[in-house]
Unconditional design. Structure first.
Lengths: 85, 282
């Protein structure tokens, strides 16, 4: 498993955040992920997208408000959301 | 520190086991496992003081991945083994993890009597309404008219309402949650673990691989959405008509009463026996 394939795309990272409030950083553990898409489909802020390996990556990381929906619902315990300042 | 070690569940998993876990991509059983780990973490229980007991089936695999005292027992008998374990080691928090077929068909008898005795156990029934591992046979909780591999023309048997059955049998604590409302499920499981006597949490899940595919119910996400749209809280359900409520998954604590647990009653039996023997000897 390489961890750097899960880094956000540079263009998406430049997206400005829309609102103030808590922020989160989504960390995906790719080798445990089965690509079920639950996190991508249900993220209320549409932070995640699937990469070419069908693993999620934070395509729109600035939008994450650290609700931790993806972390609590990942059936493979493959996602962590860390709050950021 | 690797990325995985940052996960709160990391310390509760057996890293000698093969990950990713055995369940199909998107299966709700993994979500229940996460909720159980968070509940135990929240209660700050020592891993050596917790015992997980499971039967057979998809759900039966859950304790394999979790680093507690664990027993993987025969089909339907998880509650029977757990009863013995609890009587032998009363200090343990015994948590029994079963599927719907495991708990209510093969182990239906044990389920009724564990609830009737108010045995000091916490039962978690992951209700996905099908036998998933063995290939999609209909289970006692499969809804009417849904098809299964053993009911190709539609199921005609009414499903058992799991929570209501446990209430009728005498369980002290009965709650129902869903895998969509995972944080609520954490809280319900934590409440159940702390309760004296028999506590049951029904975790409503789905099986998109067998039930979903045969009935064209869509992907894991689609079935999760169905659960989301079909469930109501207990307070909302009380305002609904009986007919509307029947079609809904009612979430929340369905019953929470104080009833002496079996261990407390059994201690009284021991006291009585000692007193009686002493009077005979005297």
């Amino acid at each position: 498993m390489t961890e750097n394939d899960l880094q956000p795309a540079p263009a998406a990272a430049a997206t400005a955040r829309s609102k103030s409030g808590p922020r989160g950083r989504v960390i995906v553990f790719g080798s445990w992920c089965k690509g079920c898409r639950l996190c991508v489909d249900f993220c209320p802020k549409h932070v995640l997208a699937l990469d070419e390996n069908d693993h999620p990556y934070p395509a729109n990381p600035e939008a994450c408000n650290a609700c931790r929906w993806c972390e609590t619902h990942c059936p493979d315990l493959a996602i962590v959301v860390k709050p950021v300042q | 520190m690797s990325r995985l070690e940052q996960h709160s569940a990391y310390n509760y998993l057996r890293h000698t086991k093969k990950f990713p876990n055995v369940w199909c991509a998107g299966c709700g059983i993994g979500i229940v496992m996460g909720a159980l780990i968070r509940a135990i973490d929240h209660l700050e229980l020592d891993q050596n003081d917790v015992a997980l007991v499971s039967g057979i089936g998809c759900t039966g695999r859950m304790p394999v991945y979790m680093d507690f005292n664990t027993m993987h027992t025969t089909h339907g008998r998880a509650l029977a083994f757990a009863t013995g374990l609890k009587l032998a080691q009363p200090r343990l928090k015994v948590i029994v993890i079963m599927g719907d077929g495991d708990a209510l068909a093969i182990g239906g008898n044990h389920f009724l009597h564990a609830a009737r005795r108010n045995m000091d156990l916490t039962a978690i029934v992951v209700n996905n309404a099908i036998y998933g591992m063995t290939g999609g046979q209909y289970s006692p909780t499969t809804p009417i008219d849904l098809r299964a591999t053993t009911a190709p023309y539609g199921n005609v048997e009414p499903p058992i309402p799991v929570g209501e059955l446990a209430i009728a049998a005498g369980a002290a604590f009965v709650a129902r949650g869903t895998v969509y409302h995972a944080v609520e499920l954490d809280r319900l499981i934590a409440q159940a673990i702390q309760k004296e006597g028999f506590s049951l949490v029904e975790a409503v899940s789905y099986c998109h691989t067998t039930l979903g595919r045969i009935n064209k119910l869509g992907t894991a996400g689609d079935m999760m959405n169905t659960i989301k749209n079909n469930s109501v809280t207990l307070s909302a359900a009380e305002k609904m008509s009986e007919e509307d409520r029947q079609a809904k998954i009612v979430r929340g604590v369905l019953r929470d009463v104080e009833r002496p647990g079996y261990l407390r009653l059994y201690d009284q039996v021991i006291e009585r026996a000692i007193a009686q023997e002493a009077s005979h000897a005297g």
